[in-house]
Design a binder for this molecule. Sequence first.
Ligand SMILES: Cc1cc2nc3c(=O)[nH]c(=O)nc-3n(C[C@H](O)[C@H](O)[C@H](O)COP(=O)(O)OP(=O)(O)OC[C@H]3O[C@@H](n4cnc5c(N)ncnc54)[C@H](O)[C@@H]3O)c2cc1C
Ligand SMILES: NC(=O)c1ccc[n+]([C@@H]2O[C@H](COP(=O)([O-])OP(=O)(O)OC[C@H]3O[C@@H](n4cnc5c(N)ncnc54)[C@H](OP(=O)(O)O)[C@@H]3O)[C@@H](O)[C@H]2O)c1
Length: 460
Amino acid sequence: MEKRVAITGAGMSGLLACKYILEKGFDPIVLEAMESVGGLWNHTIQSTKLQTAKESFQFSYFPWPSSVEEVFPHNNQVLEYLESYAQHFGIIPYIKFNSKVVSIDYVGEPYGEMESWDLWGGTDKPFGSRGKWHIIVQDSRCCSTELEVELAYLESGINQLQSLCPYHHSLLRLQILFKCQVHQVEFVVLCIGRFSGVPNITEFPPNQGPEVFSGKVIHSTDYSSMDNASAAEFIRRKRIAIVGSQKSAPDIAAECANANGVEYPCTMIQRTAHWLLPSASFWGVSLSFLYFNRFSELLVHKPGETFLLKFLATMLSPLRWGISKFAESYLKWKLPMKKYGVIPKSSFFQEVSSCQIKMLPENFYDQVEEGSIILKKSQSLSFCKEGLVLNGEHQPLKTDLVILATGYNGDQKLQSMFKSEVYQKYISGSPNSMVPLYRQIVRPRIPQLAVIGYAEGSSV
Ligand SMILES: Cc1cc2nc3c(=O)[nH]c(=O)nc-3n(C[C@H](O)[C@H](O)[C@H](O)COP(=O)(O)OP(=O)(O)OC[C@H]3O[C@@H](n4cnc5c(N)ncnc54)[C@H](O)[C@@H]3O)c2cc1C
Ligand SMILES: NC(=O)c1ccc[n+]([C@@H]2O[C@H](COP(=O)([O-])OP(=O)(O)OC[C@H]3O[C@@H](n4cnc5c(N)ncnc54)[C@H](OP(=O)(O)O)[C@@H]3O)[C@@H](O)[C@H]2O)c1
């Protein structure tokens, strides 16, 4: 029998998955919640550009068009590139737009049997097991959040009903009641995007959170979801505080500074200072040349390394240290980090290794120098009526709008796709590690399923 494959998401990862699955002779279905391809590149802030040189952000068999001359293309160009990829490889007809996957559930072997498997799916084959994934899909144009709650509620009722009536009967009722569709497939590829959807928002103690603040609090994803004109209007002539110090925070700070100048300076509040680069090369030496090459791989210790590799990494450690110090000295010379007290505690090498090196927006420190961006450090923060209370400051930071550029909770987003609590647990990483995927794609305890787009890389 023909094996059915469903791909969730038509961003870069989903498009790529679809192309290869088509090449293998399958007839996939791509379920995409939005009405277009390209994923997060549909909703970036106006100034977003690639922070990776375009040669490092391209499908090796599908180069950027010659009309894109920029080294770091603008978000519109990235979106066009992804759209043209989808067109070129005939992916569009396989995509069902406005189709939000609410949950996926593996219906097959009992957990007891699966737990005894030594190999992925029992046989180490993608279609090795007997089960199927039931995918519940909602039309994202018609369903409200309230309805989703209802749906979850009904689903829990169905669990109890299962002992009384056949499973497919319950699913049919669900489908009729909520205009949901239930797809049954043998393999699922989750490409739902790690950096979108579920914002990472800190919980505050009672009376210290946004509820006591008289201004507005949004997450960076809310800001990037606005169209450019609405976003510009939204920030105009407001006193803005931006929380975060990785990529979104300085980008948004720069947009606010461009809009409001020194009259309404914005404040960027950092918990941790990071090494942020003004350009991708140092004195003409490319960062990729220093760190992302075959030789640089020899500079680091790796799990399960042989004696020879261990010996080499140890012998070359002075060189590793030297490159790191070279980069740090260059940045401290180039940028007034010392003046503003934002020299990171971690070494440049540590930050490269943990994928925390990001690019600064153009002229960021010029805006800091002119006073349209104010940099502040605070290990923790809380809200009061007028604004934010920062560590070590007696007066609150008076603010009209707080933008939390505090990143995403991609792991929680992935977990929430699974109906089964057992799979939710399998897919969870520990608090200090990423989702545990073999080759960053397969969770060996979960059969007939792959995840793409959750790999940790130095260029994102
Ligand atoms: C602002 C920003 C800029 C970035 N810049 C770079 C860069 O310069 N270089 C780099 O290498 N990386 C960059 N990244 C990393 C980025 O994650 C990748 O570039 C890449 O585009 C991600 O593609 P994706 O398909 O994995 O995820 P996404 O683009 O997020 O796509 C996921 C898709 O899945 C859909 N979806 C999600 N949940 C469901 C559901 N339940 N049902 C149906 N559909 C669903 C979404 O609607 C979306 O279309 C950036 C990330 C962000 C946030
Ligand atoms: N191409 C582009 O131009 C572009 C633009 C935007 C984003 N991106 C990519 O998108 C991804 C997400 O980036 P992001 O900047 O949105 O998120 P991020 O990289 O996860 O950074 C989140 C920031 O929020 C801070 N933070 C989190 N919780 C906090 C808290 N409770 N209090 C204070 N600070 C807190 C973190 O501080 P700590 O450092 O102390 O943890 C960190 O500085 C990244 O991969 C990024 O490269 C790319």
